[in-house]
Design a protein around this ligand. Structure first.
Ligand code: 5AD
Ligand code: SF4
Length: 483
């Protein structure tokens, strides 16, 4: 291309690029929320504008989740809508990012409405892909060919991208997620994550701590460390092995950081005592543990390729409660896993009763292509039965949650305010014209109260006046000064 052509092209694309407005719709877990924040930061740096206006955007990106079929179906139905919209607005760019992009690749790109398919490892290049598409490039497929073979080059690129991200695009003021490891090597027989996020790679402790320092300089007060098996974090350097407990200790020393959380933990003895001890010793490490059990039946746990029995799981909880007496625990369960009998399910109910979770996320088993459980081809628990078990387990958990949350009645709790409540109509509280805000305690309880929205990102004290299984309601007492 001649220099003249180059400038003509820049003149041609500049107006559309500089004013292009990108809407991002995000599905899935905290890992995905973090990826969405990184995509936003990357696009902004490239001069694109972000918009909440899904109807009138120039670029529509969907950050996708593949963990259950339902999440993928929702994305496909969004794409169906976008296909219609593109009939009247052919210039609109549509991109699918994340796990589903990695899983389905070319199949997604073959859809008329899709211009970009970008896997989780290719996110560092998203701005290039978007500007390319705005510039008329027809189709971009960017996924990892052999997902279980992490190339050194790709890992370095991801590390560089993540470390450099300014992270200013925080959905919740003064709170941030920091990834400590990518991927997963556990291959639970139902789970698609190892096939879409690739092998486990731990980030260097220095990179993690530098990032937390940068966030703290930027006003962040609460950091959640992320990993699929975050408690398995292990990094060898200079003759020393760093585990999650070391990261938490180092992060506790970062000035400005008040709360440190970590999700999700895998039930395993390795490093467990050390991590729990740091939780007990540090006032900054929040007394909260998300420890999915998935089932209470040893037979099903074995079939799930989880490497523990129900007894070992409960022993871990007991140990956690001995080291951190007021620890709050949350769990995940899958009901209707292939071959799950009534007896197996009753054992799960039993475990839930013993574990006394603050809350538990309960999912109906969804066969995921490529996983061992799916390949064996036995999704043999009827959907009706899955639904029934889901409801029954939720009811059991709900009673426990209600009991535990009612203990807060009349007490003051410290809350980090997230912002305006998204469902104020559901929890009407009289408050003389103040809007309804939502925040969380250090142990992840959701707290709803009325006050000025300028408190978003601040710590406050709230007196609890009413409770429900999943939410505490109260009255603002004071703002806590943490400076
Ligand atoms: N079907 C249903 N639930 C699943 N999960 C993971 N894979 C599946 C699946 N195939 C659940 C697990 C996990 C949570 C993130 O999603 O409970 O902890
Ligand atoms: Fe999936 Fe198991 Fe890895 Fe969690 S530990 S991401 S459930 S394979």
């Amino acid at each position: 291309m001649s220099v003249f052509d180059f400038y003509v092209q820049i003149l041609y694309i500049w107006p559309s690029m500089s004013t292009a407005r990108v809407h991002i719709k995000s599905f899935g877990c905290q890992m995905n929320k973090l990826d969405t924040a990184l995509v936003s930061a990357c696009l902004k740096q490239a001069g694109l504008a972000l918009t909440d206006d899904a109807e009138n955007c120039d670029v529509f990106l969907i950050n996708t989740c593949s963990v259950r079929s339902h999440a993928e179906q929702r994305v496909l139905s969004h794409l169906g809508n976008l296909k219609h919209i593109k009939e009247t607005r052919p210039g609109m760019v549509v991109g699918v990012v994340g796990c589903m992009a990695q899983r389905l690749g070319g199949e997604l790109l073959a859809r008329d409405e899709v211009d970009i398919v970008c896997g989780p490892a290719q996110i560092p290049h998203i701005a290039e892909f978007v500007t390319g598409a705005l510039n008329g490039k027809k189709k971009t497929l960017a996924v990892t060919e052999e997902i279980r073979r992490a190339s050194e080059e790709q890992t370095l690129a991801l590390e560089e991208f993540e470390s450099a991200a300014d992270g200013s695009d925080r959905a919740i003021p003064n709170q941030a997620y920091v990834r400590v490891m990518r991927g997963c090597n556990n291959f639970c027989s139902y789970c698609v994550v190892p096939f879409v996020r690739g092998p486990e790679v731990c980030r260097p402790p220095k990179a993690v701590i530098e990032q937390i320092k940068k966030l703290a300089d930027d006003g962040v007060k609460s950091v959640t460390l992320l990993g699929q098996r975050v408690n398995a974090y292990e990094y060898r350097q200079g003759g020393k092995t760093y585990c999650l407990a070391d990261l938490l200790e180092m992060a506790s020393e970062v000035e400005g950081i008040q709360w440190l959380k970590f999700v999700t933990s895998y039930p395993s003895e390795k490093f467990f005592d050390k991590i729990l001890q740091v939780m007990a010793d540090s006032s900054k490490v929040c007394n909260y543990l998300h420890l999915p059990a998935q089932s209470g039946s040893d037979r099903i746990l074995r079939a799930m390729n989880r490497h523990y029995t129900a007894g070992q799981y409960l022993a871990l909880l007991e140990k956690a409660r001995a080291i951190v007496p007021d620890i709050v625990v949350a769990g995940d369960f899958i009901v209707g896993f292939p071959g799950e009998s009534e007896v197996d399910f009753k054992e799960t109910v039993d475990l839930v009763k013993k574990a006394r979770y603050k809350n538990a996320f309960i999912f109906k088993y969804s066969p995921r292509p490529g996983t061992t459980a799916e390949k064996e081809g036995r999704d043999n628990v009827l959907d009706e039965v899955k639904k029934q078990r889901n409801t029954e387990l939720l009811d059991v958990q709900s009673k426990i949650s209600d009991e535990l949350s009612s203990r807060f009645l009349g007490k003051d709790v410290d809350v980090l305010v997230e912002g305006l409540s998204k469902k104020p109509h559901l929890n009407k509280v009289e408050a003389q014209g103040w809007p309804q805000l939502v925040g969380r305690t250090a142990t992840d309880y959701i707290v709803v109260f009325n006050a000025g929205v300028s408190l978003a990102g601040q710590f406050v004290k709230v007196k609890i006046t009413k409770t429900s299984p999943l939410t505490l309601f109260g009255e603002l007492q004071t703002q806590i000064n943490t400076d």
